[in-house]
Structures are given as C-alpha cells and as structure tokens.
Ligand binder design. Structure first.
Ligand code: ADP
Ligand SMILES: Cc1ncc(COP(=O)(O)OP(=O)(O)O)c(N)n1
Length: 490
C-alpha cells in the first residue's frame, strides 16, 4: 500500500456526536493524533452527550451518496473507516459506494448500540451490516456486536468470544479486531483474529468513567495507521497502546458529567494546551490577592512595618534560603540541558551570596537577637520543597521552586510602585532587590523553564507540578503572615 501525498488521506463515514467524544468527531481527532489528513461524510445526525442519545436524524441517502461522491470524485482516499450507519438504506448506499470506489483500506466498526444502551442501528439493518462486513478488510466488533453479526448470543467468556471471532473471520473472509472492553475483570484484552491466526493484545483496564467513543477512536486510529504499517497486528498494537493512554488522560479533560471522552491528543500535550504557568497563575489568584492585603506587605510598602518584624522576617528568610538553595541545586542536577542547568545553579549560588548578604548586613546591624531556630511556617515550607526535591521529577522541582521567584517578583513590583521614591525608605534595599527588573527577568525565565518542562510530561505529572506550585504559594503567604506572631517583644 502506498501513499502519494505527504500524509495519508483517511475518510470517516459515520454519525455525529456534538460533544466531540464519539462518531466523526472522535474519528477526526484520532486521524490527526496519528498524523493523517482527515475527511468526514455524515451518515446520521445524533443529538447525544456523555449521558446518552436523545435523538437521531438520518438525512436522505441521496444526500449521503452526494457527500461520498464529492469526496471520492476529487480526493484519493487511502483508507476509509465506516462507523454508525443507522439504517438499512444507509448501509446499502455505503455498500454501493464501496463497490464503485474501493479505497485500499476499509475498516468497519459495526456500531449497533452505544455503551449508554441507546440503539444506533435499526433492528432491520443488521443484515445490511452483515453485507458490509463482507466488503471490509477489518471489522472491529465489541462482544455484543460480534454475537449479532453471527446471529448468536453475546459470548460469556473471552475464549468463547475468540472462537466467535474466528467463525466470523472465516465466514466473511475478513480480519476481525475483537474488542474486550465489555468483559468484566482487571484487563481489557483485544485480539486480531483471521481464519488461521489469533493474536491477543493484553491491556490493563483503566479505572475511569472516560470510555465514551473508545471503539470509534480505536477503529479510526487503525485506519489511519494501516496504510503506513506492514500488517494489521502492527497497526492495531500501536493504536491500542495510544488508546490506553488516551483513556487514562480522559478524565482530566473535564468534559461532561456522564461517561466522558478520551483525550485523543494526550501524547502531544503541547498542542493547543495552555502553558503550565498560565494555568498555575490562575489557580493561585486568591492567594496573590491575599498577599497584597497582608499587614506585613502593606507595612513594607508604606514603610510602617516595625523594624523588629522586618528583622524577624529576614532571619527566617535567611534560614529558608539556605535550604531553598539546595533545592535549586537539585533542579540544576536534574535539568535536561545546559541552559537550565546553569540557570538553576546560578540561582542556588545567588541565594547564598547576594540575598544572604542583604540579610546579613541588616541582621548584623541588629546584633545577635535573631539567631533562633526556623519557625513552624519556615520549617513547613522548607519541608515541602525538600520533599519535592527528594522524590519529584525535574518538572515537579521546577514547579515547586517557581513561586519563590514569581510571587516575590510580582509583589516586589507592586510594592515598588506603592513605595514610590526609595530614597529614605526604611526597607528600600529589600524593595529594590525584589522590584528590580533583573529579578523580574529571572522570574520570567523560571516560568519559561517550567512551561518547557510541562510540555515534556504527561497529564499526571503536570497535575503534580500544579499541586507542588500551589502548595509552595500557600507556604509563601503563610511565610509573610507569620511575622506578627513571631515578634511578641513589640
Ligand atoms: N476501561 C478501559 N481501560 C482500557 N481499555 C479499555 C477500557 N474500556 C475499553 N477499552 C478498550 O477500548 C476499546 C473499545 O472497546 P469496547 O468498549 O469493547 O468497544 P466499544 O467502544 O465499541 O463498545 C478496546 O480496545 C478496549 O479494550
Ligand atoms: C455517532 C456515534 N457513533 C458511534 C457511537 C458509539 O461509539 P463507541 O465508540 O462504540 O463508544 P460508546 O459511545 O458506545 O461508548 C456513538 N456513541 N455515536
């Protein structure tokens, strides 16, 4: 099989799902996820969502044929995937078009009943679908559909289902992709079955409600891959591995309150996804607002903060930075490239010299009063970042250290504006350091590195990055707010 264009051109002939989880919508996403050029001819308009089917409208078959011919009169179709046909008339019209224009790869998903239990095929159309099976190269029934195609009951065991698949493959001279999604148990096995061979593909059953449109998505992925793969087993294996990841990532999409769709683009999180930093910043909007209202922050800005409170804060901050520096060093150690490695190594050194100098100078002026241990708030923050450094991936460590750049740069810039002229300001040195454009640039660079790290990881790690970031932000606010409690001598 060959492909003359830069991408295989794959056609979906199927029904619609306005919520995008099944039918042509799922098919087009599956095609794109496998680098194919997708096309679609609509067989039926289906008013459905993640809870079920509300109504089905099947347009006149003459119009169906007009759509099919409009495609095949103009475009070379490298593969076609046929899904919901709905009625006998539609099935027969698709069969007539196939007899006239036979693409080199024909995959038939014999859609009959949605997992919600709603019928998607008229009862009198089953014979017409059986005739379509004979025209397909690959047919992809689930367990109940396989039984109907053979005129038998649904197989009770996987072994029975494999035997049924073999009977269908032999009788219709077709390869069968038998899908085990409806089986009970911890596995969701599939098998590629022809008249002589059975190749079983094991897959762990993902515990999720996001299985709407799995059959559509799988058959479309196989159709997109087959023109570029040597045999069905190779194409199915690859598609199945992709689908299992898509099912696992589905719930994170947050689409619908019933059985949600899979994430077809889970393997390409950068595609159209918001940068991590944008999500993270939105997530802590309340904490950022809370920071501005803290008496410590307001006192810093207008200079009214008692000096003892500021010195107590500096003392705790120096204790914190000594440990935070180690976490930056860990980010440097885990960094994927030299640029990130240098950035975090320099950040670690900067904590120990420039900022510690700023603190030491101040505290030296205040004598030895501030030599106590780390407070509860400081210890909690340090414990959090050290724990992420000890157990987390590079991406998680970068997310955990980011607030110490970003929140400081953000607050620093606003305090600078509120403070106005720093000459004579009691905390001008501190405000100047964190409101400095150079610090803002370092903070922006740390954001870029977090975004780059997030692009390389899956949904689960991205969720852990977000959790690490939010927790660090909470500790930042608690850190600022501890000062009043720490200065009882006032
Ligand atoms: N919870 C699950 N975890 C992993 N794979 C699943 C799960 N549910 C279904 N699958 C897989 O999704 C595909 C479609 O399965 P199935 O539900 O049997 O078909 P249909 O969607 O046509 O009813 C198969 O590859 C099946 O193994
Ligand atoms: C328009 C349309 N076609 C097919 C289905 C059935 O999809 P499937 O992949 O079998 O998964 P479920 O939706 O049944 O979980 C559909 N719902 N709509």
């Amino acid at each position: 099989m060959s492909c003359a264009g830069s991408r295989v051109r794959v056609l979906s002939v199927a029904g619609t799902d306005p919520t995008g989880g099944a039918g042509i919508h799922a098919d087009l996403k599956s095609f794109a996820a496998h680098g194919a050029y997708g096309m679609a001819v609509v067989t039926a308009l289906v008013a459905q969502n993640t809870h079920g089917v509300r109504a089905v409208h099947v347009p006149d078959v003459a119009f169906l044929r007009a759509q099919l011919d409009a495609v095949s009169d103009d475009v070379t179709v490298d593969a076609v995937k046929i899904g919901m046909v709905g009625t006998r008339a539609v099935a027969d019209e698709v069969a007539a078009w196939l007899a006239h224009t036979r693409p080199p790869v024909v995959v038939l998903d014999p859609v009959m009943v949605a997992t919600s239990g709603d019928r998607l095929l008229d009862a009198d159309a089953q014979d017409a679908v059986r005739r379509l099976v004979a025209q397909a190269d690959l047919v992809t029934p689930n367990l109940p559909e396989l039984g109907v195609l053979l005129g038998e009951g649904t197989a009770a065991t996987w072994a029975d289902a494999v035997r049924q698949a073999r009977r269908l493959a032999t009788a219709a001279d077709v390869t069968v992709l038998l899908k085990g999604g409806h089986l009970p148990g911890d596995a969701s096995p599939d098998a590629v079955v022809d008249a002589t061979t059975v190749t079983e593909l094991d897959a762990v059953r993902v515990s999720t409600t996001s299985t709407h449109g799995t059959g559509c998505s799988l058959s479309a992925a196989v159709a997109a891959l087959r023109p570029r793969r040597p045999d069905w087993v190779t194409a199915v294996r690859e598609a199945k591995e992709w689908l299992t990841g898509a099912i696992a990532a589905g719930e994170a999409l947050g689409v619908g309150s019933g059985r949600g769709p899979v994430d077809h683009l889970h393997h390409a999180p950068a595609l159209g996804a918001r940068p991590f930093s944008a999500d993270a910043w939105d997530r802590v909007a309340d904490l950022r607002a809370a920071c501005d209202d803290l008496p410590f922050v307001r006192g810093l800005a207008d200079g009214s903060l008692p000096v003892e409170e500021f010195e107590q804060y500096l003392h705790q901050d120096a204790l914190y930075l000594a440990q935070y520096s180690r976490v930056l060093a860990r980010a440097s150690q885990l960094a994927p490239d030299g640029v990130a490695q240098v950035f975090f190594a320099q950040g670690a050194a900067r904590c120990l010299d420039v900022e510690t100098l700023l603190h030491a100078e101040r505290l030296a002026r205040a004598g030895t009063r501030w030599s106590g241990p780390a407070s509860a708030a400081t210890t909690a923050y340090v414990d959090h970042v050290l724990a992420v450094a000890a157990t987390g991936s590079y991406a998680e460590v970068v997310a955990a250290v980011l607030p110490c750049y970003w929140l400081y740069a953000d607050i620093g810039a606003r305090i600078l504006v509120r403070a106005g002229d720093l000459a004579g300001h009691p905390y001008g040195d501190w405000v100047g350091t964190y409101g400095d454009p150079a610090f803002a640039a370092a903070s922006a660079r740390a954001c870029d590195l977090a975004d780059a790290a997030a692009r390389e990881v899956g949904a689960a790690t991205r969720a852990r990055m977000l959790a690490a970031f939010v927790t660090s932000c909470r500790h930042e606010v608690a850190f600022f707010d501890q000062v009043r409690a720490l200065a009882p001598s006032r």
